[in-house]
Ligand binder design. Structure first.
Ligand code: 0A1
Ligand code: ZN
Length: 880
């Protein structure tokens, strides 16, 4: 906890480390109150650095002893200022021995070495290793690690670290030890240890080259009935990386450990991935379809990091997207390939687009906007963002769109050939892609350096005499903090032309046949592309498969959109046409609510919805996506002055109108998409349940009681969590009289399942019937604690971020609650507090009366003297 003005760190100030580390030997005497860490480093001066001082970082640890080449260092021979330990005039080669003390049980920040439910766990990314021992804790210092763990055998029977187990045995006083050796060079942020009472599901798995690897999933006792899916996902991930990228597991043993106390989703520590239980534990009784999908994606993500992140890592934290954007892209492709079918893939892609629009576009337009490769930060933990991750993945995807799958693979191969074992920059990845394909990708660099969501404006002119289409594309990008002007991006725009009969028109440019979808490369501020042999005026389908993370502007008429919504061969744009139809109406209705006008929804829209709902040729998963309305926050992003209540009422009106006017079709879809028999989280069944439960939601939102009755019945009879939670959600959100009974029953049944109790809190927190007072009541529930991040997120975050009507009540009490909780959380866990702080990012867009309250709440937090750098950065940027 720092109380002075936090320091900004700039990418341009990067300098090479003064000393390199060859080997690290760590010894741990584990004790919750007082753990002794012995650290023996062999180091040598870095020829690439002019600096001669050894620089080590340490935070919240006590230095007990320091020896250099066998000799204890006196107080004059080193300097310890805050978190920086410097040893001047050190020789060329040194052996440093450092002994420190830490108190894992007091570590509520969950960074470094901490205790979770009695077990020792570590989290070192980004800068947690320095909370364990003094070290040049930066990713460009890569070393070989040997780790000796000592702990009480009864309390901590399982002792794990990175790499291979090389020795284990007993010690006096009931203690035991285990020695681990990691054969690979790694940066300190990939270090991990676990000392715990755990059990595991394990299996030998044959790798492509014939070797056998031991795979383990470690969980607390009582949870072995929930590890199958994670294990299956791990095996699928290993296979997929072999087949798609020729990348193999490089260790004999690969372990996953689940912990209930974790700041993020999971962590890719070498050979010892540590996961939030949310992304490991699942069976049909306690986990929903979305949970199962999340597990597959996150297990894949962490596994894929072994090559993209671990074997090739980041030179500095500004390059974070080098590993994160690339690894998210890889996990997205993995999920798509696991579904297999083309509509399944499209639905997967639609989900990605939705996340980008709902979370990344607002970030890119707000006070925390930053390039995919940021130029500066105060606290690196604030930059594990949707921009670095999801926009970063879109940037990687654009290489594949521009170079083709094969070209992309060639680029990947060259990247590993050049950089295996190194810590590199985003530019190195771009260079590998360019060189492997003999392409100039210089301009593409702007995707890394310029923040903000580009706007692509399209105009089409049809020349009836010449039978030609001229498509003019122009681009611009709004100003973002520190970047008033932007230069043009290199944007791949995938385009098709849809004929009057609904079929794609074959594309001809410069007398060349280009198939029915072609990728136009927009590199200038404005360019015109000319298509010939177009027999009649088409409707352009632009940005197919969402080929670039941009906002597309085109003056589509309702007729155009209806045409695309019925016919576009590109499912993403087909869905997109429906979203545009819905958004137009939602925006108009929002204005009508604010103005007090009567609300009306046109037949055209309802008919379009009826058509998709009843179109059996479309898979249920796609129909569900097509019928899902843009979220309230997506609507808010499209309005100049945000009135959250108007948006909510407009959206509710559309929901209940759909429920009333498509009642028969919704009931039919509800019946037709039952999934009897044994639960299975395959794409087909997931799609059916999604459509069925969407129908249920609309019916429950309608004005008669049948939907509510259906939800009650489903709640009582469902044999899986997907259907139970959906039914409960429908009851709670519709404020049904039966909601209270159902909530109580649900809690009683699942009170021992922490992840289900999280759902129970979350459902109430995001319900428009839960006001500030009710949330405060829920915080008094014996199962609530702010110390557990999942629990804090389930109640407090969901209220502040997913319950706009109640959070934004006119008297400002929601914001006062926010300020209180940010401050309380900051004292425990700054990283998590800073995430909650971001609920106010878009405060300047709200109606003036709300703005005033929001500003006051922000100032209250910022006025606190004792505030972490994490929260300080977020609130001060919001106020700037
Ligand atoms: N590298 C992890 C994300 C992660 C980042 C920071 C953490 O602790 C502060 C934990 C995990 C990933 O991308 O999965
Ligand atoms: Zn990652």
């Amino acid at each position: 906890m720092r109380t002075d003005t936090p320091l900004t760190i700039y990418r341009k100030d990067y300098t090479a480390p003064s000393y390199l580390v060859d080997t690290v030997e760590l010894g741990f005497d584990l004790d919750p109150a007082r753990t002794i860490v012995a650290n023996r480093l062999t180091m040598r001066r870095n020829p690439a650095s002019a600096q001669r001082e050894i620089e080590l970082y340490g935070e919240d640890i006590e230095l007990v002893a320091l020896r250099l080449n066998g000799k204890a260092l006196g107080k004059r021979e080193y300097r310890l200022d805050g978190n920086l330990l410097r040893i001047p005039n050190a020789p060329e080669e040194v052996t440093l021995e450092i002994e420190t003390l830490c108190a894992p049980e007091k570590n509520t920040a969950l960074s470094g070495l901490y205790v979770s439910n009695g077990n020792f766990i570590t989290q070192c990314e980004a800068e947690g290793f320095r909370r364990i021992t003094f070290f040049p804790d930066r990713p460009d210092v890569m070393a070989k690690y040997t780790v000796m763990l000592r702990a009480d055998k009864e309390r901590y029977p399982v002792l794990l670290s990175n790499g291979n187990l090389v020795d284990e045995g007993m010690l006096p006083d009931g203690r035991h030890y285990a020695k681990w050796e990691d054969p690979f060079l790694k940066p300190s942020y990939l270090f991990a240890l676990v000392a715990a009472k755990l059990v595991c599901q394990e299996e030998k798995f044959k790798l492509a080259d014939g070797r056998e690897a031991l795979l383990q999933v470690w969980v607390e006792e009582g949870n072995l009935d929930k590890t199958d899916y994670a294990m299956q996902s791990l095996k699928k991930s290993i296979r997929w990386d072999e087949e798609r990228f020729g990348l193999e597991l490089d260790l004999d043993r690969f372990m996953i450990v689940a912990t209930g106390d974790f700041n993020m989703g999971a962590m890719e520590n070498k050979g010892l991935n540590i996961f939030n239980t949310k992304y490991v534990l699942a069976n049909p009784r306690v986990a929903t379809d979305i949970d199962f999908q999340g597990i597959e994606a996150v297990v894949g993500h962490e596994y894929f990091h072994n090559w993209t992140g671990n074997r090739v890592t980041c030179r500095d934290w500004f390059q974070l997207s080098l590993k994160e954007g690339l690894t998210v892209f890889r996990d997205q492709e993995f999920s798509g390939d696991m579904i297999g079918t083309s509509t399944g893939r499209a639905v997967n892609r639609i989900d990605q687009v939705r996340t980008l629009r709902a979370a990344q576009f607002p970030e890119d337009a707000g006070p925390m906007a930053h390039p995919v490769r940021p130029d500066s930060f105060v606290e690196i933990n604030n930059f594990y963002t949707v921009t670095v991750y999801e926009k970063g993945a879109e940037v990687v995807r654009m290489y594949q769109t521009l170079l083709g799958r094969e070209g992309f693979r060639k680029g990947m191969d060259l990247y590993f050939e050049r950089h295996d074992g190194q810590a590199v920059e985003c530019d190195d990845f771009r260079r590998a892609m360019a060189d492997a394909n003999d392409r100039n990708l210089d301009q593409f660099e702007r995707w890394y350096s310029q923040a903000g969501t580009p706007v692509v404006r399209a105009q089409m002119r049809y020349d009836e005499q010449q039978h030609a289409v001229e498509l003019t594309l122009s681009q611009s990008c709004p100003a973002t903090p520190g970047q008033p002007e932007k230069l043009p991006f290199h944007i791949p725009v995938a385009v098709g032309l849809v004929g009057r009969d609904g079929r794609d028109i074959p594309l001809v440019i410069d007398d060349q046949e280009r198939g029915t979808t072609t990728v136009l490369e927009l590199t200038g501020a404005e360019q015109t592309f000319r298509f010939t042999s177009v027999p009649q005026q088409p409707v352009p389908s632009i940005l197919r498969d969402f080929s670039a993370p941009v906002v597309l502007e085109y003056d589509y008429s309702d007729e155009d959109l209806l045409h695309l919504f019925s016919h576009d061969s590109d499912p993403v744009n087909r869905w997109e046409a429906g979203q545009r139809l819905a958004m137009e109406r939602l925006l108009r209705l929002t204005e009508d609510v604010t103005a007090g006008s009567r609300l009306q929804l046109d037949d055209t829209f309802i008919e379009a919805m009826r058509k998709v709902l009843t179109d059996e040729s479309l898979g249920p998963a796609f129909r569900e996506q097509a019928l899902l309305l843009p979220t309230e926050s997506m609507i808010a992003e499209q309005t100049d002055v945000v009135h959250p209540l108007s948006i909510h009422m407009a959206r509710q009106f559309v929901r209940s109108s759909i429920g009333n006017r498509l009642r028969a079709e919704l009931l039919a879809a509800y019946d037709a998409n039952q999934t009897p028999g044994q639960y299975s989280p395959d794409a087909e069944s997931i799609g059916k349940r999604a459509l069925k439960n969407l129908a249920l939601g609309y019916l429950a939102a309608a004005s008669d009681d049948e939907g509510i009755a259906l939800a009650e019945r489903q709640f009582d009879e469902a044999d899986n969590m997907t259907d139970r939670a959906a039914a409960l959600g429908a009851l709670v959100h519709a404020r049904a009289p039966a909601a209270q009974r159902a909530l109580q029953g649900f809690y009683d049944e699942f009170e021992k399942e922490a992840l289900v109790v999280d759902k129970w809190f979350a459902m109430q927190a995001s319900s428009p019937s839960t006001d500030v007072a009710a949330v405060r009541e829920l915080m008094k529930h014996p199962a609530f604690t702010m110390k557990n991040p999942n629990r804090a997120r389930s109640l407090v975050f969901n209220f502040c971020m997913a319950n706009p009507v109640q959070f934004h009540v006119p008297d400002g009490s929601g914001y006062a609650f926010w300020a209180e909780q940010v401050m309380a959380l900051d004292a425990l866990n700054p990283q998590v507090a800073a995430r909650l702080a971001r609920a106010m990012d878009r405060w300047r867009r709200y109606a003036p009366a709300l703005q005033a309250h929001m500003k006051q709440a922000l100032k209250q937090v910022n006025g606190l003297k004792k505030l972490s750098n994490d929260v300080r950065e977020v609130v001060s940027k919001a106020l700037a």
